[in-house]
Every structure is written in structure tokens, then in C-alpha cells.
Design a protein around this ligand. Structure first.
Ligand code: BG6
Length: 296
């Protein structure tokens, strides 16, 4: 279902028969809502989010491509999150279970103007699929379509903003004992200590070579998010906390208490594609009820 969203921007609504749903803006190829079959919103979107190019929407699932953060000469987090994507009416077959789920296929190709900024031709196909249990799967396929034989390199992240009831009651499991680069300390490398990650101040870390499964436990909501990923070895964990939150124009001061970004990513080792080659990066999200004792 294609309809108009905020500021008349086009969005697609996916609905599963059991009641779960998702919303995707063509602007950014950006998922802005994911609801379970009780109609509860599972993603955080700031009430001050600006739905207007060239600003990326604050919340949901921005796509960071072809550059994560400021790790290169392009704009912060690359340009994919502030381009208008198109509906891909004839995507090449994707041999995954997502074909049988409610889904939408989007595509991003560079305009001539775009190719002056990143000197490469590519096709970026994004499938967003909603499963009968309410799980949300994003499949990215990036193909190098350069005609002059040049390979290209990129970094990538699904910059997912999870909705949490109170950040100080949240823990992340699956990243403990892993190495990370700390964006707050000149991207120096450290090793995570302890059992699980909890939050009491600003966090901005890139965990390296992480497991394919990461869990976010929200004790207050009695909910656990599970992230399963493929082709995305790294995982960014970000919460701006109070001072940075105040500095962001599209963020309410207290918003940091109600969100956590855990981002399936490929950063440390950029992806290199030769012409004709394709890369895939998959993130599958599920939200399950949990008891206070789960995971302990
Ligand atoms: C995170 C980065 O992924 O995104 C942070 O690690 C950054 O350093 C954050 O501040 C938000 O970025 P932006 O461009 O959406 O404000």
C-alpha cells in the first residue's frame, strides 16, 4: 500500500494478516515504523524528526551507505539515507524465505549528479519483509555496475533505533568480550569486559567481528529484541545521552532515555566489489516477550 506520509512524502505500509505492520519511506529507503501484532511501536522515531530532504529522518532504520560515519570524504553516514528510492517492480529473484512474506522491494541508482560525488555506478536493492510472527527482515544487495572495470569500496550500517522504555534498565547481550573501537576515544581499540552491556552515560562504539545474534533486553517492557545478521560482521552501539541529545535539533532532550541504536554493520573491513559483483547484507529483527529472569 503506497500512500502519503509526513510532508506528503511517499511511504509504503506493509501489513501482516496477524496485525503486525511496517512503514517505509521512499525518502531514504527508510523504515520509520515497525509494530507488533498488538500495535505496539518497536522502533524509536523522534517527535522532532524532520521529514524533509536533505535531512535524514531521526529514528527508524536509516541506511548508512556507502560510508559509515565520517570515515571518508563523503557526508556523514553516506548519501543513501537522504536520496529518493524507487519501487523495484522487477527485482532479480532472492532465494530467501522473504519472498513468501509481505514485502516491498526498493532500488537506488545514482543520478549523473550523484556520480560526481561518489564516482561509481551501482544498483542498491533493498527488500523489507514482514514475517507472520512480526519479524522484520531487511536484505540489501549492492552491485557494482561500473562500465570501466573499476572496483569500489564501501562501508555500511543498518542504523536501527530501537524503542526502549528506560535506557538505564536495558542490557545488550552478545557483544561482551568483543573488541570495539571507541568513537569517543579517537577510535582506539579496547576489549569489552563484563557480562552484558548496560548504559549509564554516552556510548558510541563499533564492536568488531561480532556474533550473528545480538539481544537487547528491556526489563521494564519485558521485551527482548533479537537481531540476526548476515554479511555484517560489526555492530555499532550508540546512545547520545543527555548533553549530545540537547545539541541535536531534531531530538527531544529526554529522547535518549527511550532509544538505543544497535547497528548491524560492515565497517572495519570495507566491502570491495568488482564490476558485476554483488554483496548482500541481511538484518532480521524480532521482538519477543521476556520475563525479568530471561538471559540471566
Ligand atoms: C552513530 C555514530 O552511528 O550515529 C555516531 O556512531 C553518530 O557517532 C550517530 O553521532 C548519529 O549520526 P547522525 O548523523 O544521524 O546524527
Amino acid at each position: 500500500e503506497l500512500c502519503k506520509g509526513v510532508n506528503g512524502l511517499e511511504k509504503v505500509i506493509l501489513r501482516d494478516v496477524r496485525g503486525s505492520s511496517a512503514e517505509v519511506y521512499l525518502y531514504g529507503g527508510h523504515v520509520t515504523s515497525w509494530k507488533n501484532d498488538h500495535g505496539e511501536e518497536l522502533l524509536f522515531v523522534s517527535s522532532k524528526a524532520i521529514f524533509k530532504p536533505p535531512k535524514a529522518i531521526r529514528g527508524g532504520i536509516p541506511i548508512c551507505f556507502p560510508q559509515f560515519s565520517n570515515l571518508g570524504s563523503l557526508e556523514q553516514h553516506g548519501f543513501a539515507r537522504n536520496k529518493f528510492w524507487s519501487i523495484d517492480t522487477d527485482p532479480p529473484p532472492l532465494s530467501t524465505s522473504s519472498s513468501s512474506k509481505v514485502h516491498i522491494d526498493l532500488i537506488l541508482r545514482p543520478s549523473d549528479e550523484d556520480m560526481k560525488i561518489w564516482l561509481n555506478s551501482y544498483e542498491f536493492r533493498l527488500r523489507i519483509a514482514l514475517g507472520p510472527g512480526g519479524d522484520l527482515t531487511l536484505t540489501s544487495r549492492v552491485r557494482n555496475t561500473n562500465t570501466d572495470g573499476r572496483p569500489f569500496r564501501f562501508t555500511f550500517a543498518y542504523h536501527t533505533y530501537f524503542s526502549v522504555s528506560d535506557i538505564s534498565e536495558v542490557r545488550v547481550e552478545g557483544l561482551e568480550t568483543h573488541d570495539y573501537l571507541d568513537n569517543l576515544q579517537n577510535r582506539e581499540r579496547f576489549t569489552e569486559q563484563g557480562d552484558a552491556i548496560t548504559f549509564e552515560s554516552e556510548v558510541d562504539k563499533i564492536y568488531l567481528s561480532t556474533p550473528t545474534k545480538i539481544a537487547i533486553l528491556d526489563h521494564e517492557k519485558k521485551r527482548t529484541f533479537v537481531i540476526r545478521k548476515d554479511g555484517l560482521p560489526d555492530a555499532v552501539v550508540w546512545n547520545p545521552w543527555d548533553k549530545k541529545a540537547k545539541a541535536m535539533a531534531d531530538f527531544v532532550d529526554d529522547d535518549y532515555k527511550h532509544m538505543l541504536c544497535v547497528e548491524a554493520a560492515a565497517i572495519e573491513k570495507p566491502i570491495t566489489l568488482k564490476p558485476g559483483e554483488e554483496w548482500r547484507g541481511i538484518q532480521e529483527l524480532s521482538a519477543v516477550p521476556s520475563s525479568y529472569c530471561s538471559g540471566q
